[in-house]
Structures are given as C-alpha cells and as structure tokens.
Write a protein that binds this ligand. Sequence first.
Ligand code: NCD
Length: 321
Amino acid sequence: MPIQNIFKTKDLLDVFDLSPSGITELIELANNFSVQNRQSEKKIYNHCGKTVVNFFMESSTRTRTSFEIAAKRLGMDVVNIPVAQSSVSKGETMLDTAATLDAMLIDALVIRCTEEALPSTIAGNMKAHVISAGAGISFHPTQALLDAMTIFQRKGTLSGLKVAICGDVARSRVARSNIRLLQKFGTDISIVAPDYFISQDYYEEIGVKIYNDLKEGIREADVIITLRVQNERTLIRSDKADAFDFGQKLNSYVLEYRLNHENIKAAKEDVIVLHPGPVNRDVEISSSLIDDEKYSMILKQVENGVAMRMAVLHALLGMEN
Ligand code: NCD
C-alpha cells in the first residue's frame, strides 16, 4: 500500500479510522525503522526542514520523548511547548494557540490532553497534521499501534490470538484503543478486573468477555496487557467504577490481581506481557515479572514506540509528497 493511502485524513486521532491493511503497512514501516534505529547512524533525512511541535498538557516520559526522538531521527525539527509556560496558562484558547502555530507554518502538532474532543476540534481548525498522543480515557492511537507491532513481532499475527487486558480498564485509553485496533483483526479479547475497574462501556455487546477472576481471565492467553491504576484520571462517564480509594482497596486489589510468576502459569507457556508504562512495581505486576525478559515486553514496547512514531510521522507527513 502506498504510504499516501494509509491515512484517510491528514490527522491521526484514533485507530478507528485505520484499515487492517493500513495498520499492517504501518507495522512494516516501523519494523524497517527499528532496524535502522539499531545502527550507530540512526538518522535518515527524508523529512528535513519539517517542523513538529509537541504540546503535552499531561505528564509523560516515554510518549513525549519518543515522539521527539522519532521526529529527529527523520531529520525534522522539534519544538516542545511547556504548557505551564505557554499562553494557554494566560487564558489563550487552544484554537488561538493552534492558529498561532499554523501561522508559524509548522507541519505537525502532537497533542496530549485530558479533554477527549480537543484534538479533533483542533485538527478541524488547523492546516498542520494533528496527532493524538493520548486524549482523555478513550484515545491513544500510537500506543495501540506500537502494542500491535510488539504482539506481531512475537506472535507473527494479530488474528486468532487470545489477549487479556488486566487492571484499571475503566480509566484506560490504552485499553479502549487496543480493543478497537485488535477487533479489526478478529482477536479474542478478555477484560480481567474487579467491578470497580470495569466501566459500563458496551464491551459484552462488542464481543469482549469480562472476568472478575484473574486466573480464569488469563487462561490460555497468548498476550496479557496489564494496566496501571490510573488514580490521576477521572471518569467522564457515569460509571459503576467508583473513584478508587487507594487506602481501602489497594491491598485487596494487589492480593487478587497482581500479575506474577505464579498466576501467569494459567496463561499459555509462551505468553507475553505488555504494559504501556509507567509501571507501579508490585502493584499491578510483580517487580520480578517486569524484569523477566522471557515474558516482559515492556522495554521492547518503548523501543518499538520510537519506530512506530517514525512510521506515523513518515506516512502522515509524506501524504502531500
Ligand atoms: C499510558 C497513558 O498515558 O495513557 N501511558 C503511556 O502513554 N505510555 C498509560 C498510563 O498512564 O498508565
């Protein structure tokens, strides 16, 4: 597929708009970039002179850094706007900020924010490409793409696999984005969590199974995606998933749901474990499992994150060539 056809619009706001062949093409492109990334000369210069602006309204280590590294490896110039020192903190609207950046003829805006509709509102009012780096509890397209890349590398397919998503699903844009992406490939998906971490999304109606019991939920799984308890994120929808009271529930959550070398035996022998990071060691996953390369894909995901973001930038910014 020519890269010009991967994206239907100039922006990447959700995985929903991508076709299975577009996703496969992005994975192939990213695999090529990841070979390049392992050379001592990592930089390629196809996009010299293009300008990318990172605008992160929420904390981030890996996503922000990997977008920056990805753009620089493609020869682009990158500007990071510290939100607290931007004019948004003086009351400027995001649309005025977007118009200001457009006037500087930037090529792409990478945005992370709490408000789910904001990236698409900005995209509709901006000439530059807009890429969501995480919005609210629903959208995190590049994370879903890099997770798919990681699964594909190890399993050779996305179809016919059993994937269990464990933990704080209610507040996870990673879970929602992964479900939307993997369902395009007919992946068998289960959610494994206590009721207070399961939102009233229509999972069962879309064929996602729900388990309260960890071992039952991960039984025979090929892939486990485990999630952080995301206390800083509030639920926008009315939900039975109450605000998580750390003091009261954390101990029982850890006892029943922490993934470790013992309970993981319920999954397939060659199961792999993904986690978007940041991890809270010994909360959602045991410290020893995080560091066990037989299972843990966590640092591979970080490495793939750079390559996948290179693929996304390359394909989006290459649309007009
Ligand atoms: C995730 C996020 O921000 O949604 N992190 C990430 O982008 N790697 C998950 C999380 O914060 O737990």
